[in-house]
Design a protein around this ligand. Structure first.
Ligand code: COA
Length: 256
């Protein structure tokens, strides 16, 4: 179905594997188009309640945008490429269903940006993060200058952006770029186990947590939280969740 992605769906959790291991899963035009299509699948398939993005093989999550496709681009074409990448990564960040990155190796350039667009990240011990665009006379174009500052702070972000150095998994854990570091064998099981907990919750409340948290970087985050909190009172799931607590039973959420 996809040229560059493998997908599987089990227990409402959709696993998306970027599958160009011979090119360290670099994001070329085909990967971009497939990511756009797979986001539509996530948005339209009610069986999918959460997703994991990972990379094929044991070496790389995604080693960046495909550098071979940069050759000969004009200023306008470069801007258009970044716009396409930013738009697709916004669709990940703003997705109402949780999408997490299981970073199984190099997450460089567009790979680090892809991981950062996900709602949160877990990593294997061999993972390495970086924005090495400066080595190419470039800067990140798929949101990396913004999300890296948000996630690890401006000073740490600028060190990575300006030096092109890589950050290992343990440092990524200490700086808050990733939430957990596990053995490579444990990576997908860990990601699935976290998502199994999340998909047992009320889907609309999960979606509103995402949109309110995303609004933390805007001027009206508190207003978004206020409105979303109120909206929850109009849902059957909120009535069910509170009733179940008071009746000392497990809630059964319907996404309504
Ligand atoms: N774009 C296109 N191809 C890439 C790529 C990228 N971002 N990253 C890796 N590849 C390709 C290599 O060209 C190589 O292809 P080949 O076998 O046809 O020559 C293959 O993937 C394997 O990579 P290689 O460099 O041989 O592996 P390595 O273990 O020696 O080094 C890295 C690994 C990640 C350090 C190195 O590949 C690298 O620096 N990649 C580019 C990272 C980058 O600058 N990303 C930001 C892009 S904006």
């Amino acid at each position: 179905m996809y040229k560059t992605l493998l997908t599987s769906l089990e227990n409402n959790i959709f696993v998306i594997t970027i599958n160009r291991p011979d090119k360290l899963n670099a994001i070329n035009g085909d990967v971009m188009n497939d990511l756009s299509a797979v986001l539509s699948e996530i948005e339209s398939n009610n069986e999918i309640k959460a997703a994991i993005i990972t990379g094929a093989g044991q070496k790389a999550f995604v080693a960046g945008a495909d550098i071979s496709e940069f050759v000969g681009l004009s200023k306008e074409e470069g801007t258009a490429l970044a716009k396409k990448g930013q738009d697709i990564f916004f669709r990940i960040e703003n997705n109402s269903k949780p999408i997490i990155a299981a970073v199984n190796g190099f997450a460089l350039g567009g790979g680090c940006e892809l991981a950062m667009a996900c709602h949160f990240r877990i990593a294997s011990e061999n993972a390495k993060f970086g924005q090495p665009e400066v080595n190419l006379g470039l800067i990140p174009g798929y949101g990396g200058t913004q999300r890296l500052v948000h996630l690890i702070g401006k000073g740490r972000a600028l060190e990575l952006l300006l030096s092109g150095n890589m950050m290992d998994a343990q440092t990524a854990l200490q700086t808050g770029l990733v939430n957990h570091v596990v053995n490579q064998d444990e990576l997908l099981p860990k990601a699935k186990s976290i998502l199994e907990t999340i998909v047992s919750k009320a889907p609309m409340a999960v979606a509103k947590c995402i949109s309110a948290a995303n609004a933390a970087y805007t001027a009206n985050g508190y207003d978004i939280e206020l409105g979303s909190f109120g909206d929850c009172f109009a849902t059957e799931d909120m009535k069910e969740g509170t009733a179940a607590f008071l009746e000392k039973r497990k809630a059964s959420f319907k996404g309504k």
